[in-house]
Design a protein around this ligand. Structure first.
Ligand code: ADP
Length: 464
């Protein structure tokens, strides 16, 4: 195992901090401690757990500026987005602090006078979380908050690119009074730590946000000890603009969906399908708005689009654009890079491609970059067929003011999250998650509690 992680600023390539890798013996010890702490934490009453979560959220909000700056330094996202993510991360804790008090059971009318049937919910046990670099705060809290709320203990391994935000969140949890063994952070490389989590029978649940191949591996490795799993994996969101859509509004929403975090979110609009009658007007308006976006260091308040995370991210984007252009796509805007391979920073300028077809990689693979491929359709069923032609099923968007179109899309798109005239559908009180190879389970809302509880059924007999 490597000893350190060199956390780099994606905007400059400079080292932000060296972070020690947690040794495998320490990780195993953390698992034992988490398992031991479960015995007491699961017995703490729900109102007290709720109060501790609220205190944690308050501490996070009071440290917004510090957290946002750290997040921007390690992830590259613009400061205004980092501030937004801190608020978003805290909103999960606020929501689940309330939900902690509402983990209800059931009584079931019995089939005989001599029996009573009672159903209770119990925390699953120690939870191990593996989180990605693109939302280093929110992906942690939307797992930790429901886990802690119901009485689970929690160990998180943040992405090696962005451990600093998560480490600060965990230390704020301790300052808030949540015991140290109840929420722990271990650092290291995924391929080293993943097997330690999955091999341990003490870890009862793995919750993961990241790429589909790693999610599949974790699921497979969790089978030996039959762990619970929640998987929030890749996406390849289609965005359909119907003939009757409000074009100006749709363009605004495409911008909001596509360029957040430089296109590096799993629900970014990746395939924009526009009705052929409005395609020209739409692309003209889109380009005029894209041209106004500022590309730069996220620490600069005027930046709209920061760097992409690393060389691998840049290379994937570049190869998708090259592939599309090689197969007949036209560059309407962008296709420009500011990069320094030696220093290690990569800025991809917002890019719009038209005449994009399904045979191109960009229509088949998740993009994770600020590139909009435009394609056209004539009939709704054609748009839906293209949209559903992917192994992913996370988010999809459609823009129409005709309720018949809207209902058609709602009923036929095979995605877990739909935005109808809405390019930003995420909220702590709503179930986020995907179908097909985009994952299993939901995060947020009451559905987000379910993956952290077991159902226990009690049948009492012999009643006179
Ligand atoms: P990305 O390619 O966007 O970095 P990954 O799925 O590789 O997405 O990374 C998301 C998280 O998964 C990170 O915390 C990373 O360390 C972790 N990870 C990567 N490979 C593995 C693995 N083999 N086992 C467990 N976790 C892994």
């Amino acid at each position: 195992m490597r000893d350190t992680i060199n956390v780099k600023n994606p905007a400059t390539g400079e080292t932000v901090k060296e972070v020690s890798v947690t040794s495998s013996s320490h990780i195993k010890k953390a698992i034992e401690q988490g398992n031991e702490a479960f015995k007491t934490w699961s017995k703490v009453n729900a109102h007290q757990r709720s109060a501790l979560l609220k205190e944690w959220s308050a501490k996070i909000k009071s440290e917004t500026e510090y957290l946002a700056e750290v997040m921007t330094l390690e992830s590259g996202k613009p400061l205004k987005e980092s501030r937004g993510e801190v608020a978003y991360a805290a909103s999960y804790i606020d929501w689940y602090a309330e939900e902690a008090k509402r983990v209800y059971g059931r009584t079931i009318p019995s089939h005989t006078e001599s029996k009573r049937i009672i159903v209770t919910k119990e925390p699953v046990g120690l939870v191990a979380a593996i989180t990605p670099w693109n939302f280093p705060a929110a992906m942690m809290t939307r797992k930790a908050a429901p886990a802690l709320a119901v009485g689970c203990t929690f160990i998180v391994k943040p992405a090696e690119e962005t451990p600093l935000t998560t480490m600060k969140l965990v230390s704020l949890a301790h300052e808030a009074g949540i015991p140290e063994d109840v929420v722990q952070c271990v650092n290291g490389y995924g391929e080293d730590i993943g097997p330690i989590f999955t091999d341990s029978p003490l870890v009862r649940k793995i919750t993961f946000t990241g790429s589909t191949p790693v999610g599949k591996l974790l699921m497979k490795n969790s089978a030996a000890t039959m762990k619970h799993v929640s998987m929030e994996l890749g996406g390849h969101a289609p965005l359909i603009v119907a003939k009757d859509a409000d074009i100006d509004f749709a363009v605004n929403q495409v911008l909001a969906s596509k360029f957040r975090n430089a296109g590096q979110t799993c629900i970014c609009a990746n395939r924009v399908l526009v009705h052929e009658d409005i395609a020209k007007v739409f692309s003209e308006q889109l380009i005029s708005r894209v041209a106004q976006l500022n590309v730069g260091n996220g620490l600069d308040e005027s930046t709209d689009v920061g760097p992409v995370i690393n060389a691998a991210g840049y290379e994937k984007i570049d190869s998708q654009i090259e592939d599309a252009v090689g197969k007949g796509a036209r560059v309407l805007y962008g296709h420009q890079y500011d990069k320094d391979e030696e220093k290690g920073y990569y800025f991809v300028h917002p890019t719009v491609l038209e005449n994009v077809g399904e045979e191109m990689d960009i229509m088949q693979e998740e993009t994770f970059g600020p590139v909009i491929p435009l394609s056209t359709f004539r009939e709704n069923d054609q748009a839906v067929e293209i949209a559903n032609n992917t192994p992913f099923g996370l988010a999809a968007y459609f823009f129409t003011n005709d309720y018949r179109n809207g209902i058609y899309f709602q009923e036929h798109l095979k995605f877990g999250i739909l935005g109808w005239n809405d390019g930003a559908p995420s909220a702590a009180h709503a179930p986020f998650g995907g179908m097909k190879e985009s994952g299993i389970g939901r995060e947020g809302g009451p559905e987000g509690i379910e993956p952290y509880v077991e159902t226990k059924y009690l049948s009492i007999g012999g009643i006179q």
